[in-house]
Design a protein around this ligand. Structure first.
Ligand code: ARG
Length: 298
């Protein structure tokens, strides 16, 4: 009798476990019916926040208007992702810190704005797999006025000196951690930081190296300080920022990124962005070199 009861109990328990497992299995399917990815597809629009002050990743072509004025690597990437999802792209331009707040508050679907992977971002957001951002962030530098090239050559020279960096950026983290004796000044927009530097309100501006090159094209009164930040290779590539918990969207974005990588899109996109930003490209150099070669051959 006891044995029989035990057997029945065992069977009941086993059935219960199967039912529980089945319920677990069906949970994602049920919630997947109303996930953020489906909502985007239903709306037919992907809203992407970006701060267009970070050439060549995202900047403004002032000869254009409306959505067309936003150009750069991340804009090309955003268009590609919208295409992959089969929806239209709507760019919402705002300051860099506002982009991050907009994602946190779920006011936009994502932000593509040259984000480096950082631990705190990984804790607070869904971050995509890394995508290639050319050589934009392989180095992190300080812009200073050309006249001060001899004055600022090592970290100690910035002790008690005003050094600007964009609010909520990797560059601000670098200033506070590697120049702890400097007076860190928060800059809203990178273009404003450049003006602050030129007018003497700050003595240096921390920027990504590729961004520095783009700034130097039109600001010949500035130079890069010969001392550079010590940077981990973790920061070289960029990530897309999504709202915490938007895992269906994250999976679709990662799939699109893998495809872009496999198809070799990143390199040409970056070269195109650099050319648009007015940075000399390898192609331009070889065109200039061509006549001499022709002469030698003839
Ligand atoms: N990569 C740096 C960061 O993650 C700078 C990005 C700045 N982007 C911009 N659109 N202003 O903080």
């Amino acid at each position: 009798m006891m044995k029989k009861m035990k057997k029945v109990l065992c069977v009941l328990l086993a059935l219960g476990m199967i039912a529980a497992l089945a319920a677990c299995g069906s949970t994602p399917a049920v919630s997947a019916e109303k996930n953020e990815l489906d909502a985007i597809k239903e709306a037919g629009v992907l809203t992407v926040a970006l701060s267009p002050d970070f050439s060549p990743m995202e900047f403004v072509d002032s000869s254009k208007e409306g959505q067309d004025q936003y150009v750069g690597f991340d804009v090309t990437l955003a268009k590609y992702i919208a295409d992959e999802l089969g929806v239209k792209l709507e760019i919402q331009a705002m300051s860099f810190d506002a982009c991050q707040t907009a994602v946190a508050m779920d006011a936009v679907d994502m932000s593509i704005s040259g984000y480096s992977w950082t631990e705190s971002r990984a804790e607070n957001f869904e971050l995509s797999d890394k995508y290639y951002a050319g050589d934009n962030e392989t180095e992190q530098v300080l812009l200073i006025r050309a006249a001060d090239a001899e004055k600022y050559t090592k970290p100690e020279d910035f002790s008690g000196v005003s050094v600007g960096a964009q609010n909520a950026s990797l560059q601000m983290d670098l200033v506070t951690s590697q120049l702890p004796d400097a007076n860190a000044v928060t800059i809203g927009e990178i273009g404003v930081g450049v003006l602050e530097l030129q007018s003497g309100n700050i003595e240096a501006l921390a920027v990504a190296d590729g961004n520095a090159d783009a700034i130097l094209v039109s600001n010949t009164d500035l130079v890069k300080c010969e001392w550079q930040f010590d940077v981990s290779s973790d920061f070289e590539a960029n990530v897309i920022m999504m709202h915490k918990g938007d895992t269906a969207l994250l999976a679709a974005v990662n799939e699109a990124l893998a495809k872009a990588y496999e198809n070799g899109y990143y390199g040409p996109w970056y070269e195109e962005a650099k050319a648009m930003a007015g940075l000399e490209t390898a192609t331009e150099v070889s065109i200039e070199d061509a006549p001499a070669e022709e002469g030698a051959a003839g």
